[in-house]
Design a protein around this ligand. Structure first.
Ligand code: PGA
Length: 254
């Protein structure tokens, strides 16, 4: 895993956006895996700026998001579809039909999961996957214990994850108990992966993911087995790492 430790959160957002932009310029039909949460927001803001000020063209880009809550319709303010529409898709020239999220309202969730995997495959696989990390080491909603070979499926959210995400809901009772998530095996098939983390609350999970043993107890540690992962961290998130790492990329990752 290549690790980059930048001074400021703003810098990690820009670095990730530059990597995505490099790919989109080289391959206009790029298939990009996207994430929700607080972490990628700065990256999305920078991509929007690049689109508006520099003409970065998303007209042929295809996206697949990592996950979606079960039971929240796309119109719900906390659905991940709503998050992506608001924070990225509505502000760039991507075609709505090229943006994919798992269907959290599907009557047959297992079938929806299979269809999601098929759609990723039909689009040629994911070129570049953007990932955050949970304070418990999860990637997407693959909670500790998730098998490394897991595929897109319904996952029960841990109480830790529900409580971390409750800040976006009026009360803990409203936080969904289930989500459809890409599996670790699905994520590992992406050609390249960017793992983004900022803040002290992520330091332990980052250390376990980057320098700890590969174990289902820390789902993000599976990324050590992937050939092309770049972890882009701010100093706080890197606070528990033992190694010394550069503050800028040493080679292009896409
Ligand atoms: P966050 O979530 O970006 O809101 O911290 C990351 C995650 O849980 O994967």
């Amino acid at each position: 895993m290549e690790v980059i430790v930048s001074q400021a959160k703003a810098r990690i957002s820009v670095l990730a956006a530059q990597m995505i932009a490099t790919l989109v310029k080289r391959k206009p039909r790029a298939v990009i895996g996207l994430a929700t949460g607080s972490t990628p927001l700065g990256t999305y803001r920078e991509l929007i700026r690049m689109h508006k000020e520099e003409g970065l063209d998303f007209s042929r880009v295809v996206t697949f998001n990592l996950d979606e809550y079960v039971g929240l319709p796309p119109t719900h303010g906390q659905s991940y579809r709503h998050f992506m529409d608001t924070n990225l898709f509505s502000q760039i020239n991507i075609r709505t039909e090229n943006t994919h999220l798992p269907d959290g309202m599907a009557p047959d969730a297992a079938q929806a999961c299979r269809a999601y995997e098929d759609r990723i495959r039909d689009c040629g696989g994911i070129d570049l996957q953007l990932l955050g990390i949970g304070a418990n080491g999860h990637i997407a909603f693959n909670e500790p214990g998730s098998p490394p070979g897991s595929r897109t499926r319904v996952e029960t959210l841990t109480e830790k994850t529900r409580s971390d995400n409750s800040r976006f809901f009026r009360s803990m009772h409203e936080v969904p108990r289930y989500a459809i998530t890409m599996g670790i095996g699905t994520i590992m098939e992406a050609h390249s992966i960017i793992l983004l983390a900022s803040g002290r609350q992520k330091a332990e999970a980052v250390a376990a993911a980057v320098e700890g043993p590969v174990t289902a107890g820390c789902p993000a540690s599976a990324l050590q087995l992937h050939a092309s992962v770049t972890a882009i961290l701010d100093r706080a998130a890197a606070g528990k790492l033992k190694g010394a790492y550069p503050s800028e990329p040493q080679k292009p990752i896409v």
